[in-house]
Design a protein around this ligand. Structure first.
Ligand SMILES: NC(=O)c1ccc[n+]([C@@H]2O[C@H](COP(=O)([O-])OP(=O)(O)OC[C@H]3O[C@@H](n4cnc5c(N)ncnc54)[C@H](OP(=O)(O)O)[C@@H]3O)[C@@H](O)[C@H]2O)c1
Length: 332
């Protein structure tokens, strides 16, 4: 079989294809023939050396993919050959609240990833794909849809939500929030992307390049009140404006760092608006199953920016670096 390896991170990063024997599943593991994969912003950061040093180099990249179980190791009872499964990011977080034991159990960085024609994972490290979703759709869910689901699932009914940018997490957040009946304002660097977001259901769009004071636009669009909920993908350079754009008692779901993670923030609006901020760290396997069910039942089609062949996998990183509209996918 073939797999891809990151053999060097940083400015001179290298991705290389390698022929290796297919692995055999040990007790409790399944062998999965992979059909599709997707990239997340973190995969770009890992390759560029912006995510820290992986414990094991060379590293098989990517956490997200979907495929078909070929062989079940001893003791696997919940899956069988032919089961359609998607990967889970944190192999050590099956359910319940986040806890420190989750650290270091992520695949694609702390543990080897899945950009390989065949992959062995613990049976509990994969999740069933709902019947209505294709392998390609399922491959986009493990991080982006899960994170978006956890960022918006507690939205109060009839809320106005802002989501920053039109990447993978942001468009899932928009689609899920719309399916729950909320009003959604999307920001983007591009009018063309905003027009496409509106075709997909966004109520309003703000170009944050032509309107760098996009928080003022949010206030204008909400008659001065502000947004009830903000999906904060930006981090350091957007957080202050998110606070300014927030309505009294509003909530920021803080998950991103597209503009960095450290900045001097004036916290006063947080107090004076009696607002709250909740950090979102992807989620657990049970929540991924919930997110997939919500997406299937609502008829949400994951937005695919571009699809690349396994043989040309490095092109997928180039597509991500350009700033995708939705998810960048690799197919077998
Ligand atoms: N906490 C977690 O568990 C978790 C999970 C997944 C992702 N994340 C984080 O969430 C962020 C988004 O991840 P992703 O995988 O969805 O990324 P992605 O698919 O690569 O999306 C990137 C998009 O972000 C937008 N963007 C770039 N700079 C921006 C800015 N200054 N303000 C607003 N939007 C900006 C761009 O859209 P436009 O061109 O439309 O502006 C770009 O297309 C990243 O920081 C990632 O690390 C966190």
């Amino acid at each position: 079989m073939q797999r891809w390896l990151i053999t060097q991170i940083g400015a001179e990063h290298k991705l290389e294809r390698q022929d290796v024997p297919a692995p055999s599943p040990g007790p409790g593991e399944v062998l999965v023939r992979m059909h599709a994969w997707s990239l997340n912003y973190r995969d770009l950061m890992i390759l560029r050396g912006e995510y820290g040093a992986p414990k094991h180099m060379p590293l098989v990249p990517l956490s997200d993919g979907a495929g078909e179980v070929i062989v079940c190791g001893a003791g696997v009872t919940t899956l069988k050959p032919g089961s359609r499964v998607m990967t889970t990011l944190f192999q050590g977080w099956l359910e319940g609240p986040f806890h420190a034991g989750v650290y270091g159990t992520d695949i694609g960085f702390s543990l080897p990833g899945v950009l390989s024609e065949y992959v062995c994972l613990p049976g509990q490290g994969v999740a069933d794909i709902p019947d209505g979703l294709s392998f390609q759709a399922a491959a986009t869910l493990p991080v982006a849809a899960l994170t978006a689901y956890n960022a918006v699932k507690d939205l109060p009914p009839g809320a106005t939500m802002v989501t920053l940018g039109t990447g993978g997490v942001s468009l899932f957040a928009m689609q899920i929030a719309k399916s729950l009946g909320n009003r959604v304002i999307v920001t983007s660097s591009s009018d063309d992307k905003l027009a496409r977001a509106k075709q997909l259901g966004a109520d309003e769009g703000i170009n944050y390049v032509t309107h760098p004071e996009w928080d003022h636009e949010v206030l204008r669009l909400t008659s001065g009140r502000g947004a009830d909920w903000i999906v904060e993908n930006g981090g350091a350079k957007t957080f202050q404006r998110s606070l300014a754009a927030l309505a009294p008692t509003g909530r920021i779901s803080l998950l991103g760092r597209l503009t960095g993670i450290t900045n001097g923030v004036n916290l006063q609006p947080l107090v004076y608006k009696a607002a709250s901020v909740r950090g979102i760290f992807a989620g657990n396997r049970q929540e991924l199953l919930e997110a997939a069910t919500v997406i299937e039942r609502a008829g949400i089609e994951p937005v695919i920016d571009s699809t690349h062949n396994f043989a040309n996998a490095p092109q997928a990183w180039n597509a991500l670096a350009k700033g995708p509209f939705g998810k960048v996918v690799i197919t077998a």
